[in-house]
Design a protein around this ligand. Structure first.
Ligand code: NDP
Ligand code: MG
Length: 385
């Protein structure tokens, strides 16, 4: 039987790569539902190619246009449309590939409907990791990581009780070798020129500040139930070692391969099986002869430190971190602030915030809203230290 898949965010970097994997393995998968934000043209192309029964788009007018064009397809719209896609009876796997906070509620809805979750959207775990992991356990739902580092750890983890450290690798981003002054003056095109990965804009900016790695430490803490002090970050510019697990007996198991998101996406979709897929080229150890590893520079990349601090604090501290950072990143992409202001603003908001312990989802959403408003006010008033 084919696995029936719904993709939340099918027009993005992860969504389109997932569809490439699915196209290659079309004897195993059926696309039941697709959803987009604003990219109606691409959603139309995907619909014509993959014949889903359900699609969703953010805007009502676009939804009407799609209804007129695809008479036999059910078209949803807005945030509620994503929830409807997440809850469909006719799916087995929901791939959550939207960016930012939009992933949270659809993920909850899909878990409640006992869908297997292929989770790319790390912000979901950053905002509500405790709730999500508990809910997944209660509903006996597998959360299969798509993020390459977490997929790597997931593949290396065979004895959770004996783990000494998780080792999360980071490419270091475009500014790894830049001076503080160069980073201060970096323009948007330099920030978006990631040396290894072609990704959506939000995660690309987060990769440049290393906030992405901080969010990934929080993601790993929740996914694998490992203490923050037992998670190490190592800079590895070649991005061949995607992460590793160090065991108490001194053995380290690492997952290595070419840097391609097709591989972790495919593993999440075919799990527990491994099949031939889109990447057919073997990793060339001789060509990749030099693997370098460095300690992260917390002074040049303070966002990483702030994220780990927020993770340790727990409660809604990570909601604050995520919301303030996301708003600051959006402002940076809109050219309203400088690159280094992203951290300054996030820190300013974070430092004045009092977290709630053991929050409910309603509290998480209302805190998120409050923090976003406050962050936007700071940005608009240019109230930056
Ligand atoms: P993109 O920005 O490329 O794609 C985001 C997707 O979400 C698009 O399909 C977009 O639609 C859709 N979307 C955004 N906002 C809304 C909304 N309000 N309603 C409905 N749909 C919406 O992001 P990425 O694919 O790069 O990243 C997705 C997630 O995966 C992120 O959380 C990221 O951290 C994570 N991730 C990404 C990796 C990568 O290599 N790209 C690696 C590891 C994790 P549209 O384009 O139509 O507007
Ligand atoms: Mg990653």
């Amino acid at each position: 039987m084919k696995k029936r898949i719904a993709i939340i965010g099918s027009t993005g970097s992860i969504g389109t790569q997932a569809l490439e994997v699915i196209e290659k393995l079309n004897d195993r998968f059926e696309v039941t539902a697709l959803s987009a934000g604003n990219n109606i043209k691409l959603l139309e192309e995907q619909t014509e190619k993959f014949h889903p029964k359900y699609i969703s788009i953010e805007n009502t007018k676009a939804a009407q246009d799609l209804k007129n064009k695809f008479k036999n397809i059910t078209v949803f719209y807005g945030d509620e449309g994503l929830n409807q896609i997440a809850e469909l009876n006719e799916t087995d796997i929901v791939l959550v590939a939207v960016s930012g906070k939009t992933g949270l509620i659809p993920t909850i809805k899909a878990i409640q409907k006992k869908k297997t979750i292929a989770l790319a959207n790390k912000e979901t775990l950053v905002m509500a990791g405790d709730i999500i992991m508990k809910l997944a356990k209660e509903n006996s739902v597998n959360i299969l990581p798509v993020d390459s580092e977490h997929s790597a750890i997931f593949q290396c983890l065979n004895n959770a009780k004996s783990v000494k450290h998780l080792i999360i690798t980071a490419s270091g981003g475009p500014f790894f070798r830049s001076s503080k002054e160069e980073i201060e003056n970096a323009d948007l095109s330099e920030t978006l020129a990631h040396p290894r990965w072609k990704m959506g804009k939000k995660i690309t900016v987060d990769s440049a500040t290393l906030m992405n790695k901080g969010l990934e430490v929080i993601e790993a803490h929740h996914l694998f139930n490992i203490k923050y002090d037992d998670i190490k970050v190592v800079i590895h510019p070649q991005s061949y070692m995607h992460s590793a697990v160090e065991y108490k007996d001194g053995s380290i198991i690492a997952q290595i391969g070419i840097p391609s998101m097709h591989i972790p996406i495919q593993y999440a979709l075919t799990y527990p099986e491994r099949t031939e897929g889109i990447e057919t080229e073997s990793f060339d150890f001789i060509k990749a002869w030099q693997l370098e590893f460095f300690e992260p520079d917390f002074e040049k990349f303070p966002s990483l430190k702030l994220a780990i601090e927020a993770g340790k604090k727990g409660g809604t501290a990570t909601v604050c971190l995520n919301a303030a950072n996301e708003e600051a990143v959006m402002a940076y992409l809109d050219k309203k602030i400088k690159f280094t202001d992203i951290y300054k603003i996030t820190k300013l908001v974070y430092d004045s915030y009092k977290p709630i312990n053991n929050p409910t989802i309603e509290e998480i959403l209302s805190e998120d809203e409050k923090i976003r408003t406050e962050t936007k006010n700071i940005i608009n008033n240019k109230d930056i230290v």
